[in-house]
Design a protein around this ligand. Structure first.
Ligand SMILES: Nc1nc(O)c(N)c(N[C@@H]2O[C@H](COP(=O)(O)O)[C@@H](O)[C@H]2O)n1
Length: 183
């Protein structure tokens, strides 16, 4: 019997498996505290500072440059409580990304109950799953799944319209076909 729960990203990473939009490096506007960032990565890295000028700088960089500038070698002093607050910050950023980009929210919902794993080749065992090491806490994947649950709940509580109903039945049928245990 095949695994009834599909896994996205664990084998080759989000990008190579056709889910680049799940990566924080994916380019889409994310507004946070009145500043528009070109990706979730820029928004996340900007939370490492309270300085409005540096936040502006973060909004003008590429996602990879933002990651570097906010990283240990970028020269930015991390907030003292960063290690205990970074998961909450990431959740804030992911909520903003999917709330502000409805087409991405639809795609996230269409992943149904799939496990989302940020498989990576850069040995990140905190945010993702290191493919080389064969281990990882995968916090990014866990938070993406959490945002998906929140979106699903929100959709359940909204008044239903015929096009929405058709879309949700179609995406459930797609998921069932992908995970068919009788194959
Ligand atoms: N797509 C991608 N490419 C890389 O080279 C990466 N290192 C990451 N990881 C992302 O980095 C963010 C967290 O970085 P810090 O904890 O601030 O160092 C997070 O968005 C990871 O997904 N991604």
């Amino acid at each position: 019997m095949t695994n009834p729960i599909p896994i996205i990203g664990k084998a080759k990473g989000f990008k190579k498996e056709g889910y680049d939009w799940l990566s924080n490096m994916y380019e889409c506007d994310v507004e946070l505290g009145g500043v528009i960032y070109p990706s979730a990565e820029n928004a996340f890295q900007s939370l490492k500072t309270d300085d409005p000028q540096i936040k502006q700088q973060f909004s003008q960089m590429t996602p990879y440059n933002a990651k570097q500038f906010g990283g240990r070698t970028g020269g930015l002093r991390l907030p003292d409580d960063w290690d205990t607050t970074r998961l909450d910050h990431m959740l804030t950023v992911l909520r903003a990304k999917f709330a502000q980009n409805p087409e991405l929210a639809d795609k996230l919902l269409a992943t149904g109950g799939a496990e989302l794993v940020e498989g990576n080749f850069w040995n990140d065992t905190f945010w993702g799953y290191s493919i080389q090491k064969g281990e990882g806490e995968n916090w990014l994947g866990c938070l993406l799944e959490r945002v998906r649950r929140e979106l699903r709940l929100k959709a359940l509580l909204e008044p239903i319209t015929a096009p929405k109903l058709i879309k949700s039945v179609a995406s459930n049928m797609k998921l069932m076909a992908e995970s068919a245990p009788w194959e």
